[in-house]
Design a protein around this ligand. Structure first.
Ligand code: GRG
Length: 258
């Protein structure tokens, strides 16, 4: 558990949660433990995603994957441990009232569980070797990647003291942020290998998966990213926090090069 949490990573989700809390006038300290719990859930998902039964990856965050270092059985348990410990951490958080804890725990279960990231992972698996439509891609990524980002900005806003309408706008913001994150991930994946664009189902590529550049071309993917970016910024403006660090983080996520 400690190896995978401390081995690296950009910490995007906790940073977004803290920035969102701050944008609405809250104190970061109040949100620190929830932010740490969120990073633990994200790390669990990466450990399990890297397993031979899933993506079978040898490297993560620039280091050997958890199962390569500790073996598959321990890696499964490390993921399980991080998932459950994150809920324990929030339950024990002395900065939160009981009412806040129940709300946050339910939101976290929804974002990470069978209505959220787990559903996204399953849809992603089922989409292998098939051509997906833009709508299908959006659904997969809004669940698989978007739900945790949405949780980050929504719960940050909640802890910062945002009103219900602002929280609703932050939910919208998080949705588009997830899609921006994923288009950029797909773009980064092909800019190093232009041959990956446009290979149809049934070509010699094993485990074909639809991506934004395959579906829309590289230019089309860039335009789609701009469209999501505009909608994300509009939600920030409506929530009244367009001048905050969140705007800079949105630009960073859309232009990141790793
Ligand atoms: C196993 C239930 C379960 C879910 C796994 C998130 C996920 C679902 C799989 C990760 C596969 C992947 C590479 C998805 C693309 C987007 C993504 C979430 C990348 C990793 O997130 P970063 O870039 O990672 O924030 P770091 O290491 O910086 O924290």
């Amino acid at each position: 558990m400690e190896y995978s949490v401390t081995v690296g990573g950009k910490r995007i989700r906790p940073i977004l949660l803290l920035a969102s809390c701050e944008a609405f006038g809250g104190q970061e300290e109040k949100a620190l433990q929830v932010a740490a719990a969120l990073e633990m859930i994200h790390t669990y998902s990466l450990i399990h995603d890297d397993l031979p039964a899933m993506d079978n990856d040898d490297f993560r965050r620039g280091k050997a994957t958890n199962h390569k270092v500790f073996g598959e059985a321990t890696a499964i348990l490390a993921g399980d441990g991080l998932l459950t410990y994150s809920f324990e951490l929030i339950t024990k958080d002395q900065q939160l009232t009981d009412k806040q804890k129940v709300y946050i725990l339910l939101e976290l279960a929804n974002a990470s569980g069978p209505n959220g990231m787990v559903a996204g992972q399953l849809l992603d698996m089922e989409a292998e070797n098939k051509e997906s439509s833009l709508k299908e891609l959006e659904l997969i990524h809004s669940l698989k990647t978007g739900k945790l980002l949405q949780f980050a900005v929504k719960i940050g806003a909640y802890l910062g003291g945002a009103n219900p309408e602002q929280i609703h706008q932050m939910e919208k913001f998080g949705y588009y942020l997830g899609l921006i994150f994923q288009v950029q991930d797909d773009i980064l994946d092909v800019t190093g290998d232009e041959n990956k664009i446009g290979k149809p189902v049934g070509s010699d590529e094993t485990n074909y998966k639809s991506t934004y550049p395959k579906l829309l071309g590289l230019d089309g993917a860039m335009k789609q990213k701009d469209a999501y970016h505009q909608l994300a910024v509009e939600a920030l403006e409506t929530a009244g926090v367009e001048g905050s660090l969140l705007r800079e983080l949105t630009d960073y996520l859309g232009n990141r090069d790793y």
